[in-house]
Design a protein around this ligand. Structure first.
Ligand SMILES: Cc1cc2nc3c(=O)[nH]c(=O)nc-3n(C[C@H](O)[C@H](O)[C@H](O)COP(=O)(O)OP(=O)(O)OC[C@H]3O[C@@H](n4cnc5c(N)ncnc54)[C@H](O)[C@@H]3O)c2cc1C
Ligand SMILES: NC(=O)c1ccc[n+]([C@@H]2O[C@H](COP(=O)([O-])OP(=O)(O)OC[C@H]3O[C@@H](n4cnc5c(N)ncnc54)[C@H](O)[C@@H]3O)[C@@H](O)[C@H]2O)c1
Length: 473
């Protein structure tokens, strides 16, 4: 068996693993990364990028249709083949040459194969040819193996060959009828995309649509999906699934209803990729999410084992995983060099924002952009809050953006500290507005000072002024 030594070994070359390795190399250490599929991970080939490419053309078409003059110039329907073609290019045609060259240019060694922890600081990589290489880490092993789609135990479901988010994101054609089990982010975005591409879509949303978002956001998205012809069944649960000889999928619901479709997408959350990575060799539980401290060190992991990204379940989003990667990479370098680790709140090596300042955009129609706590989450956290609402459609910039602009904004204020702790925007093209709220929350900018942050006229950002005026000075 070949044996090699590096300062740091990272298992998983998704966006998070890549960034951890880059950070430690920039800090002067050596790093190897282990990948069993494509360098770039879920995000590049089956998640963020291809799904947003599936959604973007429809969103541009909707925007044009909301404007007199532009509307008249747009006469046909969405060209599904062209959309799928553009999606293919955003998934780099499921080839990772580009990302591999980047690894080379960054000075990161790539080992292809399944990585498994063999003992403390030792990772064995088994390639497709069955050959195993032993990698020893002088300082740290970082697990960045991500997550996979969770399949519920519904009788007949597995045999019916359901789509997971992977098959939806990489679909080669548009099914005539698509049933979706789940009502979260994947379900909502894929219902929006496939309805626009021409599928007849039926959503079985047991717990509602976007149940963890502000209720107004869920309502606006549900209403708009229905306007787009999607059948959204709230509170409905699948009891059994069967694909017949003709390939048609039949779903029976718990309350006795029946749904027929050509494909069924299951989107009910994720499970960690920790089943076969050797956790049992170091006293941890295979298949479990990896609990970490604020510097992403695995609890019970001997001090040399770290976990970043989806696999630690803190936040299942690319940008937040990359934020963790910067913190963990720098913490490993600091510890290796005997430098001080700044692990206090908002310290350089602590992923503090994971707790209270996570931005997310759901690319539905309308877009939902949020950061921090919803009103319900703030109350659960025991904060004394005031909720400030504003009709986004009445802001001058929004009414210029699109005729009949429909949207809503909510600011959640911590009354004891007089700072913003949550912000949600629902409306066309609100995605780019959320970073201002992220800065206000992370910076804990007092409301008194926010009055001096003047939004340009006539932009949609003027909603900030309207929210402050509604709150009062
Ligand atoms: C449909 C969908 C859309 C999404 N859209 C967005 C979005 O718009 N914005 C956003 O921020 N987030 C989005 N996400 C979430 C985002 O994809 C994840 O948060 C992100 O990919 C996590 O990155 P990661 O590096 O932790 O894991 P992954 O991207 O899952 O990468 C992990 C890598 O590790 C490899 N691996 C696993 N086990 C081993 C092993 N034992 N040995 C070797 N290699 C291994 C895998 O092959 C994979 O390449 C979306 C998710 C889904 C499902
Ligand atoms: N634009 C984005 O940022 C984006 C897009 C897609 C996915 N993602 C991330 O990927 C992750 C996975 O997305 P997801 O939509 O699979 O998960 P999710 O957690 O967003 O939603 C899953 C939904 O399924 C429901 N559910 C759970 N078990 C069920 C069951 N047995 N039957 C029916 N419904 C059930 C839940 O109540 C929840 O509403 C999320 O954490 C999300 O943040 C992000």
């Amino acid at each position: 068996m070949t044996s090699l030594e590096y300062d740091v070994v990272v298992i998983g070359a998704g966006p998070v693993g890549e960034n951890v390795a880059d950070r430690v190399v920039r800090g002067g250490l050596t790093a190897a990364i282990v990948e069993r599929e494509l360098v770039g991970g879920e995000c590049s080939y089956w998640a963020c990028m291809p799904t947003k490419a599936l959604l973007r053309s429809a969103s541009a078409l909707r925007a044009a249709r909301q404007l007199p003059g532009a509307r008249e110039a747009v006469t046909g329907n969405l060209d599904a083949a062209a959309v799928l073609g553009r999606r293919d290019s955003f998934a780099s045609h499921w080839r990772d040459d580009g990302q591999v060259s980047w690894l080379e240019s960054a000075g990161i060694a790539l080992h292809r194969g399944q990585g498994r922890i063999a003992s403390a600081r030792v990772v064995e990589v088994t390639g497709v040819d069955g050959v195993t290489t032993r990698l020893t880490a002088r300082h740290a092993v970082v697990v960045a193996t991500g997550s996979s789609a969770l399949l519920p135990d519904i009788p007949g479901l597995r045999a019916a060959a359901p789509w997971s988010s992977r098959e939806a994101a990489s679909a080669g054609s548009v099914p005539r009828r698509l049933a979706i089990i789940g009502g979260g982010v994947v379900a909502t975005e894929m219902a929006t995309a496939f309805a626009a591409l021409g599928s007849s879509v039926e959503v079985l949303a047991r717990d509602g649509v976007l149940p963890s978002a502000e209720p107004f956001a869920s309502e606006l998205v549900t209403e708009s999906l229905r306007e787009a012809g999607v059948s959204v069944r709230l509170g409905v649960e699948a009891a059994s699934v069967n694909r017949d000889d003709r390939g048609i999928v039949h779903i029976a619901t718990v309350d006795g209803e029946r749904v027929e479709a050509d494909e069924v997408l299951v989107a009910i959350g994720r499970t960690p990729n920790t089943q076969d990575i050797g956790l049992d060799r170091v006293g941890l539980v295979p298949g479990a999410w990896l609990a970490v401290d604020d510097t992403l060190r695995v609890v019970g992991g001997g001090g040399w084992l770290y976990a970043a990204g989806d696999v630690n379940r803190r936040v299942l989003l690319t940008h937040q995983g990359k934020y963790q990667a910067r913190a963990v990479g720098d913490a490993i370098v600091a510890r290796a060099k005997g430098e001080k680790v700044e692990d206090g709140r908002w310290g350089r090596h602590a992923a503090t924002a994971d707790e209270r300042a996570v931005p997310q955009v759901v690319f539905s129609d309308p877009e939902i952009a949020s950061v921090g706590l919803t009103a319900a989450a703030a109350e659960t956290a025991g904060l004394r809050i005031r909720v400030v609402d504003y009709d986004l459609g009445t802001v001058a910039g929004a009414s210029l953006q699109a005729d009949g602009y429909k949207g809503h904004a909510r600011m959640v204020v911590d009354e004891d500290r007089k700072v913003v702790v949550g912000f949600t925007l629902a409306g066309p093209d609100v995605a780019e507005l959320i970073h201002a709220a992220t800065i206000a929350i992370v910076g804990e900018v007092p409301l008194d000072r926010l009055w001096h942050a003047v939004p340009a006229y006539p932009t949609v950002s003027e909603v900030w002024l309207r929210l402050l005026e509604t709150y009062g000075r």
